[in-house]
Design a protein around this ligand. Structure first.
Ligand code: IMP
Ligand code: MG
Length: 175
């Protein structure tokens, strides 16, 4: 039988909640008098997006994009494809991309380039977590939640082979 992976809490649900509150506060301040379009990256960012938008005291709309870069493995293939594009028009909108995690940066930088072609009025990035030691392409994160060590993490929307998305804490996967 395959050995069960060990889960170790890296970021507790309380710390996540405090971080989401802080990010919402920064976004409320910067987007005052504007009506942003938030674009979440499926599937991982759906939990973060759900919590974040309830802290936003702004008129806003939201949409999702689906990208594929990983398949079932835990290493980026370096190849990104749009498997589900944004449905809403982004031209002249203040677009804020919502990411669960920036790892190599390949997915995020591909998405930002892709969205830029739709001519938004502004384009910013909010990422709950970042693994700076893993970056292979430069990505500038306008709103960053937490910096992670170079470990594979699951929970709060993040998966390993589609498992563990429902964990309320962010946990590292130790074998
Ligand atoms: P990147 O293109 O390498 O930055 O990878 C981005 C995507 O890989 C994320 O949106 C996640 O879906 C996935 N990913 C990267 N690191 C992790 C991790 O530690 N846990 C779970 N998913 C991850
Ligand atoms: Mg994934």
């Amino acid at each position: 039988m395959a050995s069960q992976p060990q889960l170790k809490i890296l970021i507790s649900r309380d710390e996540i909640a405090r971080t989401v509150d802080r990010l919402a506060h920064e976004i409320n301040r910067d987007y005052r008098d504007r009506e942003p379009l938030l674009i979440g990256v499926l599937k991982g960012s759906f939990v973060f997006m759900a919590d974040l938008i309830r802290g936003l005291d702004l008129p806003l709309q939201l949409d999702f994009v689906g990208l594929s870069s990983y398949g079932a493995a835990d290493e980026s293939s370096g190849q990104v494809r749009v498997v589900h594009g944004a449905r809403m028009r982004i031209k002249d909108r203040d677009v804020l991309v919502i990411e669960d995690i920036v790892d190599t940066g390949i997915t995020t930088s591909f998405l930002l380039d892709y969205l830029k072609r739709g001519k938004p009025a502004s384009l910013k990035l909010c990422a709950l977590t970042d693994k700076p030691a893993r970056h292979r392409v430069p990505v500038s994160i306008d709103y960053l939640g937490l910096t992670l060590p170079n470990k594979f993490v699951v929970g709060y929307g993040l998966d390993f082979g589609e498992d563990f998305r429902n964990l309320p804490d962010i946990c590292s996967l130790e074998d």
